[in-house]
Ligand binder design. Structure first.
Ligand code: SAH
Length: 356
């Protein structure tokens, strides 16, 4: 049998793949192979989650950042950006508007902003959990100390999203300045896991200098680490960064990798990201048809959305939460999906097909 198809068969039968097999999968894609992967990935998602899409309300509460990631629009060396921080009252307003729309998970995301000490963050987390005990709080604040992650967990945080960005040290160093470390990012993920967070990792598709071998190592890392969530989206250049002239990641690659991830980690939470919706008007819908099952609408106040531009062309920056939500419901419905109003925890899948 054709090697590509035999690897796809192994993957869908729940076998662990080697780095070499992942690299083959990445570099020998055929239309037929991609279609088969898509069908199987969507079927696995249907079996475990049905056509229900989990909604996470995203609050981008600060674009102040001490880091200088070469790809990111809110990097500290970008002077052409109005910096903002939402107050606790503003954050609570966003959460309330999401709650009223039926959202039961809130993702608090920001740059690495020293203003948000453990004390400040704990106050916010505690307030959300007190007012909305039926909700999950997800943090996406970048790298912090293990002690800090522990304190935030004790305050009530449930989940943490920290993309590993790349599982290859040499590649990591091409994407970040010397004061950032691959080892530390990976250590953070291990700390978060050990502390009992539901953890999200992930990478940018088509990140500058990314090779098929790098992607293969990303897949092996994710296969071993088994995060609860995997966030992937295309790299999109931002005009005020050193990578402004680099090509964007593609729709086809992102969809193909979403299907690989769904088959590799059948019960994983897999968002169809805003970046995917940015490179194609129906990108997120296609993401669901390739196995994704999470959407993260923006709850940030319309006044600051434009300032949280990690990349150029980000969609929905002129909308508000209510409009975003109505638009998402409509789009999902057209493709035969529906959003669900619950915390949307990962469903442990112990299927009868030989998987763990
Ligand atoms: N500071 C936090 C969270 C904000 S960045 C952190 O470091 O985790 C969230 C994610 O956006 C990053 O992990 C990165 O993968 C993605 N991102 C940043 N710049 C991007 C770009 N130009 N194109 C696509 N995704 C980007």
């Amino acid at each position: 049998m054709d090697k590509l198809f035999s690897i796809i068969d192994s993957l869908s039968a729940g076998a662990r793949l080697t780095e070499e097999q992942f690299e083959y999968l990445v570099s020998h894609r055929s239309d037929e192979g991609a279609r088969l992967l898509q069908e199987r990935a969507a079927a696995v998602r249907d079996t475990i989650y049905g056509r229900a899409i989990f909604v996470r309300g995203l609050v981008e509460f600060s674009n102040v950042c001490k880091n200088d990631c070469y790809y990111c629009g809110i990097r500290k060396s970008n002077p052409n950006l109005q910096r903002y921080r939402l107050s606790e009252a503003q954050i609570m307003y966003c959460v309330r508007s999401g709650y009223d729309l039926g959202f039961r998970t809130f993702v608090l995301q920001s740059g690495e902003d020293g203003h948000f000490t453990d004390e400040v963050l704990c106050g916010i987390i505690e307030q959300i959990k007190t007012e909305y005990p039926d909700c999950a709080v997800t943090l996406s604040l970048g790298e912090r100390s293990c002690e800090s992650y522990a304190v935030l967990k004790a305050a009530g945080a449930d989940r943490y999203l920290l993309r590993h960005e790349t599982a290859t040290k040499e590649h990591y160093e091409k994407l970040h300045p010397a004061d950032m470390s691959f080892e530390h990012r990976m250590q953070c993920l291990r700390d978060l896991r050990a502390l009992g967070y539901a953890v999200g990792a992930g990478f940018m598709v088509g990140a500058p200098y990314q090779t098929p071998a790098d992607l293969a190592r990303d897949f092996v890392f994710l296969q071993e680490f088994r995060p609860d969530m995997v966030g992937i989206g295309p790299f999109i250049p931002h005009h005020d960064t050193p990578f402004k002239d680099m090509p964007a990641g593609t729709l086809e690659d992102t969809l193909y990798y979403l299907s690989i991830l769904r088959l590799m980690l059948p019960d994983v939470l897999l968002p169809s990201t805003t970046a995917l919706g940015t490179i194609h008007p129906l990108g997120r819908e296609m993401g669901f048809d390739h196995g994704a099952n999470v959407i993260m609408p923006n709850l940030s106040p319309a006044t600051v959305r434009k300032q949280y531009q990690l990349y150029d062309g980000k969609i929905c920056v002129n909308d508000d939460a209510t409009k975003c939500n109505a638009c998402i419901d409509l789009r999902l419905e057209k493709f035969g999906y529906h959003t669900v109003v619950d915390r949307g925890d990962r469903k442990e899948f112990k299927g009868g097909d030989g998987r763990e």
